[in-house]
Design a binder for this molecule. Structure first.
Ligand SMILES: [Zn+2]
Length: 413
């Protein structure tokens, strides 16, 4: 191996990445432990000490798992790169065929399969250990297996042709391949946004229209009042996998949908559901989804242009443990190591996302009642066992939503 200065930079970035993640976990753990004995004053009427302590224990249990995962995945990253894992896998594919496209697809696909197999025990533990222990898991081993099989089929049917197309463009399009790849990726994600609600999501879940007619009338009224045109409001059988509740907004153009998990509707009053819907409509009204899409397309263009430069630099390959420079190894090295560097800008994107949450909350307060949104949020925190007392710095790096008390104080204004 010809390690170089870039190896050192990569090692230092990885080290600061891991240390920061673990340090944030420790801070979060302390913040949760500190408030363990008492429910924060503003929640005392709505959340019992038992519920509060369950949230604390659940948060701490997740942190412990994460601590282990961070260390494990870093060791794995170093083993793949500097340890020569990718180099060995690449050498294997180079020996199988002389066709660059087959080498590349084989390399990326085998790496993805190995990665999923390594992640499998973690995924099983998270579902049947951690989530089950706190009473959230509703998934049977049968569902787990069919889900994994469906994901594998989707990866083969959609993922492999996409990887093939990207590698082909990289091989054939010359110096500015990255602009072509960007066009393909952007069109692909727009297509997926459009297809997802009607064709992909139903592979995993059942969607039906609201059967509560009184609530449906209120919702239709809210949709008309706010001028929102969509494919409709749907209820999803989230209870098939977990008792965690959620609501989301999906799709583009006329294919937009608002989806409520059945687990969220359970225990919410109609006016609370209406307030949550108004929040989601606030995201639409302020064009948050569009802004988010445009900025992610811009970022991916910059990233691809950067890769377009790195791919011509031998130090990039050698510094990360690869002997034979090729398009497919460059692509994989870039994808694997990018999070180590980009992690440090996550507080910026989270701050932006929190700003959007405040805007959506204000919109909901204007079109429904702030009190209803507050009570629905408190129920969501309670039922999902989310901590009410996160550490500020941990939150800045990890949370796309404002913490409970900040968000509720904002709504009270
Ligand atoms: Zn939101």
């Amino acid at each position: 191996m010809k390690f170089n200065l870039f190896t050192l930079i990569f090692l230092m970035a990885t080290l600061s990445y891991v240390v920061t993640l673990l340090w944030l976990n420790v801070r979060q753990n302390k913040a949760v432990a500190k408030s363990f004995d008492a429910v924060p004053v503003e929640f005392q009427e709505k959340i019992t000490l038992d519920q509060h302590q369950k949230a604390a224990q659940y948060t701490q249990a997740k942190l412990t798992v994460n601590h282990f995962e961070v260390i494990f995945s870093t060791v794995l990253l170093l083993a793949w790169t500097l340890g020569g894992g990718l180099n060995a896998l690449d050498a294997f594919w180079l020996a199988q065929t002389s066709d660059a496209l087959y080498q590349g697809v084989g390399f990326v696909l085998s790496l993805m399969i190995i990665g999923s197999l390594i992640d499998l025990p973690f995924s099983i533990y998270r579902t049947f250990g951690l989530e089950a222990k706190f009473g959230f898991n509703k998934m049977t081993p049968g569902t787990f297996i069919t889900d994994s099989a469906k994901e594998l089929v989707l990866m083969l049917v959609i993922g492999v042709p996409l990887i093939g197309a990207i590698l082909w463009l990289m091989n054939e399009m010359g110096e500015y391949w990255w602009a072509y790849v960007w066009l393909v990726l952007t069109s692909f994600s727009l297509l997926m946004f459009w297809l997802y609600p009607t064709y992909i999501a139903p592979i995993f879940n059942k969607f039906k229209s609201l059967d509560n007619l009184e609530l449906k009338a209120k919702i239709d009224n809210l949709l008309t009042r706010t001028g929102f045109k969509s494919d409709g409001v749907f209820v999803m059988d989230g209870s098939k996998r977990s008792s965690h509740g959620n609501a989301y907004f999906t799709g583009i153009g006329k294919n937009k949908r608002i989806v409520f998990f059945d687990t969220l509707l359970e225990g919410m009053e109609d006016k609370e559901v209406e307030a949550i819907l108004a929040h989601e409509l606030g995201h639409f009204h302020h064009k948050h989804i569009r802004k988010h899409m445009i900025s992610s397309f811009a970022i991916s263009l910059l990233a691809l242009a950067l890769l377009g430069y790195l791919i011509t630099q031998l130090w990039f390959f050698n510094g990360l443990g690869i002997e034979t420079a090729s398009n497919h190894t460059a692509l994989v090295l870039f994808m694997l190591t990018l999070p180590v560097f980009s992690f440090f800008i996550s507080p910026i994107s989270n701050a932006l996302s929190r700003k959007h949450e405040f805007e959506a909350d204000s919109f909901a307060a204007k079109h429904t009642h702030a009190d209803d949104l507050i009570s629905s949020l408190v129920k969501l925190y309670r039922d999902n066992a989310s901590t009410l007392t996160p550490d500020r710095l941990y939150s800045a790096f990890h949370d796309s939503h404002p913490s409970a008390s900040i968000r509720i104080n904002h709504l009270k204004k």
